[in-house]
Write a protein that binds this ligand. Structure first.
Ligand code: NDP
Length: 438
């Protein structure tokens, strides 16, 4: 604990997993004999590098870049790149650690990794974004490859950034290979990858509710975030007959009792790259609340009464008070689109209340699963239809739910998908590590 006190979110992620593993450790002494816990919490390798680039005014800029290659026991390292000023090694270790178990849970052959830079894309011109991505790849290319490590997007890294990163990789290596996922459809991208994480979170919520004879139809839902995951979560909610009434960004939130207008949201966030206050200018029924007016220490999104909540912005955006408010307002279901959006005590409040609670590792695995489908299409030089990919995604999310639910029951914690997801993800990786020797 003391050794990693400067990496609090990493400690939080490890604590959440370790709390779940006692039963599987008790039944399997080989894990302790092989020091699996000591090994699995340590990345196989962390690469840290300087990113130097020139801004539009001719000034030299310097950022820190990272790639954490966490675990390759079951496949090449796989996990997104985050560009955000808050990025540091501890945040990428938390994300990479989570990624190991998430990727294992998908049932696909992918190891865990994560990377990024403390670069702030906000307010940068398109050419600055391009030069930064190229400078980042000038170093990263040494460490990645289609069968070694295959990065994707995350906060601040979408289709545009993946395109610039891919172009530079190709220029340097003269190799046209599936080294990144989330690519443009013109050069090896997969249909439905853009939608996959948000759609997947809704499919996961459906699986959880279905098992209890409930559904999302005609239900009011709240969503946080306004980026890739949140937008396609809202889109899928409409498709299954539900109504999303909120979205948020780092500056404020929108509450639209008539339902979020997904086309306007896409225009504001994907095209104009503007703040949500712009959405309120375009949609008369929308009420905009800036962060400065949120209840103290709280996120205003979680005060809006709902049947189901989809946190899709960032880590620790939903605390114990938020969880209590959601529960008091009758929330039946929480499916996490973001990584570790609930604090540990909020997570326990949901588990104690016995609602349908889909932890991030399980509920947002649709993105990485579809990335693996993109890798499969690249390797076989095929392109599958949107429907084919979407059907596989729905199937994968349901399989993850079944795997987590059955494992939870097997280990004496029926209904606890945190325990189920952690143990199911861990077992496969731990067994592969043992089989591969030290
Ligand atoms: P985007 O960059 O597309 O969107 C992020 C959204 O969250 C933006 O609306 C952003 O606001 C908001 N946000 C970011 N940081 C904060 C903060 N500190 N406080 C409040 N709001 C914030 O990222 P994604 O949608 O891709 O990612 C969202 C979450 O989903 C992350 O936790 C990511 O790790 C996770 N995830 C993403 C996957 C994917 O496929 N993209 C896969 C699995 C998980 P603003 O616009 O103001 O910056």
């Amino acid at each position: 604990q003391d050794r990693y006190a400067y990496e609090p979110v990493f400690l939080q992620a490890v604590q959440e997993v370790l709390q779940s593993l006692q039963a599987v450790l008790d039944r399997n002494p080989q894990y302790e004999r092989n020091k699996i816990l000591e090994r699995i919490v340590e990345p196989e390798r962390t690469i840290s590098f300087r990113v130097q680039w020139v801004d539009d005014s001719g000034q030299v800029q310097v950022n820190k870049g990272f790639r954490v290659q966490y675990n390759s026991a079951i496949g090449p390292y796989k996990g997104g790149l985050r560009f955000h000023p808050s990025v540091n090694q501890g945040i990428l270790k938390f994300l990479g650690f989570e990624q190991i178990f998430k990727n294992s849970l998908t049932g696909l052959a992918i190891g865990g990794g994560k990377g990024g830079a403390d670069f702030d894309p906000k307010g940068k011109s398109d050419m600055e974004i391009m030069r930064f991505c190229q400078a980042f790849m000038n170093e990263l290319f040494h460490h990645i490859g289609a069968t070694i490590d295959v990065p994707a997007g995350d906060i601040g890294v979408g289709g545009r950034e993946v395109g610039y990163l891919y172009g530079q990789y190709k220029r340097i290596t003269r190799s046209y290979e599936g080294v990144l996922t989330g690519k443009n459809l013109l050069f090896g991208g997969s249909l439905a990858r853009t939608e996959a994480t948000g759609y997947g979170a809704v499919y996961f919520a459906q699986s959880m509710l279905d098992a209890r004879g409930k559904s999302l139809e005609d239900r009011t839902c709240v969503v946080s975030g306004a980026g890739n995951v949140a937008i396609y979560c809202c889109e899928k909610l409409y498709q299954v007959g539900a109504k999303p009434v909120t979205v948020s960004d780092s500056r404020g939130m929108i509450h639209d009792a008539e339902g979020i207008k997904v086309d306007v949201l896409k225009q504001v966030k994907e095209v104009e790259r503007e703040s949500l206050s712009r959405y309120a200018e375009l949609v008369p029924s929308a009420v905009y609340t800036p962060v400065s007016s949120y209840p103290e220490g709280r996120n205003a999104v979680w005060s809006v009464p709902c049947f189901a909540a989809f946190p899709c912005a960032t880590q620790n955006e939903l605390n114990l008070e938020d969880a209590k408010t959601l529960l008091a307002n009758g929330c039946h279901c929480v499916a996490e689109g973001a990584n570790m959006p609930s604090t540990l005590d909020a997570m326990h409040a949901f588990l104690d209340a016995g609602i349908c609670y889909g932890p991030a590792k399980a509920a947002n695995a649709g993105g990485v699963a579809t990335s693996q489908l993109e890798m499969a299409q690249n390797a076989s030089m095929q392109s599958w239809t949107f429907e084919a990919v979407d059907n596989k995604l729905r199937q994968i999310m349901n399989n993850i739910y079944i795997n987590a639910a059955e494992t939870a029951a097997e280990y004496g914690a029926p209904g606890n998908l945190v325990v189920g997801a952690n143990i199911a993800g861990f077992r496969k990786v731990a067994n592969a590590m043992i089989a591969q020797g030290v």
